[in-house]
Design a protein around this ligand. Sequence first.
Ligand SMILES: *[C@@H]1O[C@H](CO)[C@@H](O)[C@H](O)[C@H]1NC(C)=O
Ligand SMILES: *[C@@H]1O[C@H](CO)[C@@H](O)[C@H](O)[C@H]1NC(C)=O
Ligand SMILES: *[C@@H]1O[C@H](CO)[C@@H](O)[C@H](O)[C@H]1NC(C)=O
Ligand SMILES: *[C@@H]1O[C@H](CO)[C@@H](O)[C@H](O)[C@H]1NC(C)=O
Length: 497
Amino acid sequence: MGKSNEEHVQERNLDREGVMKVQKCKEHWVIGMCIIAFYLLGPVTGKEICYNRLGCFSDDPPWAGIPGRLLTGLPDSPEHMNISFSLYTRETGNNSQVISAINSSTIQNSYFSSRRKTSFIIHGFGSTGKKGWVVEMCLLLLEVENMNCIAVDWKEGAKGTYVTAVNNIRVIGAEVAYFIKTLQKIFKYSPSEIHLIGHSLGAHTAGEAGRRTQGIRRITGLDPAGPFFEGTPPEVRLDPSDARFVDVIHSNAAHLPAVGLGMYNTTGHLDFYPNGGTVMPGCNDLIPQMKRSDFEALIADATVIGGCHHSRSHEFYFESILYPTGFIGYPCETYKSFESGDCFPCPQEGCPMMGHYADRFPAKLKRINQKYFLNTAADPPFTSWRQRVFIKLSGVKRTRGDINLVFHDTEGNTKEYQITSGVLSQDQIYTKYLDVEINPKLIKKVEFLWIKTPFTPLWSRLGADTVNIIHGGDGHRSTFCGHETVTYGAPQLLTPC
Ligand SMILES: *[C@@H]1O[C@H](CO)[C@@H](O)[C@H](O)[C@H]1NC(C)=O
Ligand SMILES: *[C@@H]1O[C@H](CO)[C@@H](O)[C@H](O)[C@H]1NC(C)=O
Ligand SMILES: *[C@@H]1O[C@H](CO)[C@@H](O)[C@H](O)[C@H]1NC(C)=O
Ligand SMILES: *[C@@H]1O[C@H](CO)[C@@H](O)[C@H](O)[C@H]1NC(C)=O
């Protein structure tokens, strides 16, 4: 269609307006203050920019000039951002095809099939869709389902400051919506076949595409970006009205005193808070504890600060494709309450699975803003299965030490968990919630092990009389018995009884 002159005219008008404001400022006796006021308040005076295929974007509230969004402004042009859509299918393998809604014959001549479902994967600030996790996610999705997977790249729009990227996602969201409209037009392709998956700013981009398109089947928000989105009206951010089903994984939620890159508040139908949603085990990078304003100045370095925690959301999603049962989310009010065991086991209606299979949860649309908690392992594949164990001891009446349970899987891997430490007495049942990193289906044997203290008599013998295990996912109980006692450090085999 060619570039419209309109765009240029309006951009020039913007410049002129800006210049006029600064000139007025010069008459003011505190020029510095005035310039600051210009940057804070100047951009919020009802300007608008139009891009002919996508329509107009204004900086009226709530896009700018509301608490939490004082610095935002207008998005760059689509040409400037060079957005591209790379199609992966089982036919393309790693050699994706670049397709474009502007020249729709590129779609018709590609391996895109209107008989399959389609996923769009959208990266966040400072990232790219041409390589890395976006591409790996497409390739893995294709292993489990014959679909069209489209990696959206908006690197040119995502590489400036964080604020420019925040502004730019409105155009990226509009481009994704335009792409979907083109699919509707040329193939009568239904949005109910479409799943948008976005990380960080990409999550809100998916929200914007969903806001502009009726009936998207699903949007998955992977740690939706917090700064400039937390607490804003739904139209600005990802929210449950953007698709028929919206699921969210929070992995670096800003939760005072920690400042994070992600949103803390719920923003979907099902909101998952693995490990509480803010600090992820296995990540060594610091979560800065500082004022939000300092943090926003530093956020240009977002790949460093909190980046590991923030990225866990897409890593969890990736692993959830491979391990459907390994990420069960428990409905609970707070993480503290979940940790203390209040929300165990799953209720009658069951629990949803965090990640790819969240849409299998029958009650997924019953309410919005439902919080689910779980713990994950520190290392890939991050899976764990929450259980509650009860141990009744046999042997010496009373001693001191630690008691542990050791789980063995069918491949010879073991995981050991401490159940209690201190006084050990036959009169007491020892109980603990464990997040066992072995799928209960693959547990080959369970052993009891105890460890002495310097004051334990060397000849003491202890054993587990019975071990009860309640599985959180389905409330199922298994019971194991020990038939002997053992000296410290010697494992006692437990058998089903
Ligand atoms: C824009 O995207 C096209 C297609 O992906 C690519 O060939 C080109 O190099 C990109 N240009 C810039 C400036 O990144
Ligand atoms: C495709 O890429 C993946 C990693 O991104 C690699 O493991 C695999 O070997 C590649 N396959 C082919 C056929 O090149
Ligand atoms: C549109 O894409 C086709 C390839 O599918 C190409 O042959 C054609 O030149 C493109 N048209 C324009 C106007 O870029
Ligand atoms: C959190 O979200 C709920 C529901 O969208 C909203 O009512 C509430 O005001 C939000 N709280 C904050 C602090 O943004």
